[in-house]
Design a binder for this molecule. Structure first.
Ligand code: 3NM
Ligand code: MG
Length: 536
């Protein structure tokens, strides 16, 4: 009988001086076992067969004491000699079929794969698990064939999740390459392949690690820390609904008259959360005024080095990609990491994403840097987000032209796109336009409020981001609900401002809009809610 294997924290050993140093391999592996690794692969590319076998015998004894399987890299002969639980085969090693013939059905055979094709072949050949990589470039293995990143691994998970055969859908997976304590939680959150059939939804099954364990000063402590990170919910996920059942997409038009929505407005007023904006010069003043008008505390700081201190205050962050210079991106990355570490909400405003190669790269860089609670953009920007997310557009919308101004999508297509990205990123995605569509992947809403003047003034989109960050920071329990309330406050104020006698155009609209943001808030604070009944 093949043993039931827990692949979640998969140790791959390394005997080279660069990683093992002068320490004893057996002792290091023992510390890792005490720390909680769930499976061990003995990987040794240099020693002679005799040494391999004697080391493997000792490792096997140790692993057995901890009831953890021992896998041998590449060397089927060594696995046979030792009688351990299995082998791990790279693309250039013995074929899975040959190894199976030699080892029999009870042994575990793992395969390294970097593409859907290789995954398909490995599944068909009867592999028990797939080591998918290389995720990130790593000093541990320089001759890796291909860095496939999060999206490369997602593609393989998607492929497996969508197959009809049980072998593919149930295939065990681990990712490998550059996994460490600082990126582990983001990686496991990102390596998620939702499916329309709930049962087929696939998460990566584990992380395979060399240096973050083997090269650690205190191996047991480092392993325990990795284990803790694996088994605890990352701060940035907050209390987000983890595994709501898949629902057929239902686009719901939301009723902004619901008085309960305005509770969130009161909460912003009472808590006065920080709205930390990393944005460009053009919109800083406007964004700060909007933040003050809704009752938040604005700070316009583009300095990544102070983000850690600001994040601790408990507010929200807006990353505006308006100036996607390398310098700005480095600061953004620091801030993203700081807010993710404490679970403070982050809004990404991918300004102009997709317009240039530099911006496409910037978006990919930011999305790999951390978790965004909400990504907002117009159609084109959200389309770029879809691509950066590795989303494969299966319908004709992909081929549509880019005649500016015209809507690329029907409302149902918008809802589909937004909800699928949100589900994939496990966050909230908002596509703005005459009709806004927002989704957390489970609930999808359309909102038809606002006014055309919003589209005629610089930075109104950015100030919506400012608003959303403050609303989500103030009401973090249900961020989609908080975001909806923020959108209503913002767009309803715009409607009222646009209708005012003294507003003659976009110029006079701006001060009136700031006024009305403030008045709507004070109406709620002072209990003057009768206008709710009179609203259109
Ligand atoms: N295999 P670290 S990457 C052994 O891509 C190995 O197949 C890889 O080391 C692959 O955890 C790798 O130190 C090394 O980054 C991973
Ligand atoms: Mg190999």
């Amino acid at each position: 009988m093949k043993p039931q294997v827990d692949y979640s924290l998969y140790l791959v050993t390394d005997s080279t001086p660069a990683i093992l140093g002068t320490r004893d391999l057996i002792e290091v592996v023992e510390q890792a076992l005490l720390g909680g690794v769930t499976i061990v692969q003995y990987r040794d590319k240099t020693n002679d067969t005799g040494v391999l076998i004697s080391t493997a015998i000792q490792l096997h004894k140790l692993c057995q004491q901890h009831e953890v399987p021992l896998i041998i890299n590449d060397r089927v002969d060594v696995a046979l000699a030792v009688g351990c639980e299995g082998v791990h085969l790279g693309q250039d090693d013995m074929s899975i079929a040959s190894a199976r013939r030699l080892l029999g059905d009870d042994k575990i055979i793992g395969a390294t794969v970097s593409s859907v094709e290789q995954a398909k072949t490995a599944v068909e050949s009867g592999a028990d698990y797939l080591g998918i990589g290389t995720l990130y470039a790593t000093a541990t293995k320089k001759n890796t064939k291909e860095i496939i990143g999060i999206n490369g691994i997602r593609k393989i998970l998607y492929y497996l999740a969508r197959q009809e055969d049980k072998a593919s859908r149930d295939m065990q997976t681990v990712c490998i390459g550059g996994v460490n304590a600082s990126n582990l939680q983001l990686i496991t959150c990102q390596l998620y392949a939702p499916s329309t059939k709930e049962a087929y939804t696939k998460h990566v099954g584990g992380v395979a690690i060399v240096s973050a364990i083997m090269a650690a000063k205190d191996v047991q402590k480092a392993t325990k820390n990795l284990k803790m990170l694996l088994t605890s919910s990352p701060p940035f996920r907050g209390q987000a609904p983890e595994a709501l059942p898949w629902r057929q997409l239902e686009l719901e038009e939301v009723d902004y008259l619901k008085a309960s929505r305005w509770n969130a407005t009161l909460t912003v007023h009472n808590k006065s959360p920080l709205s930390h904006n990393m944005t460009n010069l053009v919109v800083q003043n406007f964004a700060a005024s909007v933040a003050l008008a809704i009752g938040a505390s604005p700070i316009m700081s583009n300095n990544g080095d102070e983000a850690a201190d600001l994040a601790k205050i408990g507010g929200g962050l807006v990353i505006n990609m308006g100036t996607a210079t390398p310098d700005a991106l480095a600061n953004h990355q620091k801030a993203i990491i700081a807010y993710n570490a404490v679970g403070g909400p982050i809004v990404l405003d991918p300004v102009g994403a997709g317009a240039t190669t530099a911006r496409r790269d910037a978006l990919a860089f930011l999305m790999a840097s951390g978790y965004f609670d909400l990504i907002k953009g117009n159609e084109r920007e959200i389309l770029a987000v879809a691509r950066a997310s590795g989303f494969i557009l299966e319908d004709s919308s992909q081929q549509r032209g880019v005649d500016s101004g015209k809507s690329l999508f029907t409302i149902d297509e918008k809802a589909y796109l937004v909800s699928r990205i949100a589900r994939r990123e496990q966050n909230i995605v908002l596509m703005t336009g005459a009709v806004d569509v927002i989704s957390d992947g489970h609930r999808t809403y359309s909102i038809s409020n606002g006014d055309k003047y919003l589209g005629m003034v610089t930075g109104s989109g950015c100030t919506l981001g400012t608003t959303l960050a403050a609303y989500m920071a103030a009401s973090p329990k249900d961020k989609l609900d908080a975001a909806l309330a923020g959108i209503f406050h913002f767009e309803y104020a715009a409607e009222i401002a646009a209708r005012r006698q003294d507003v003659k155009g976009p110029g006079t609209f701006v001060p009136a809009f700031i006024d009305e943001l403030y008045h709507r808030r004070m109406d709620v604070v002072e209990g003057r809610l009768d206008w709710l009944d009179n609203a259109k």
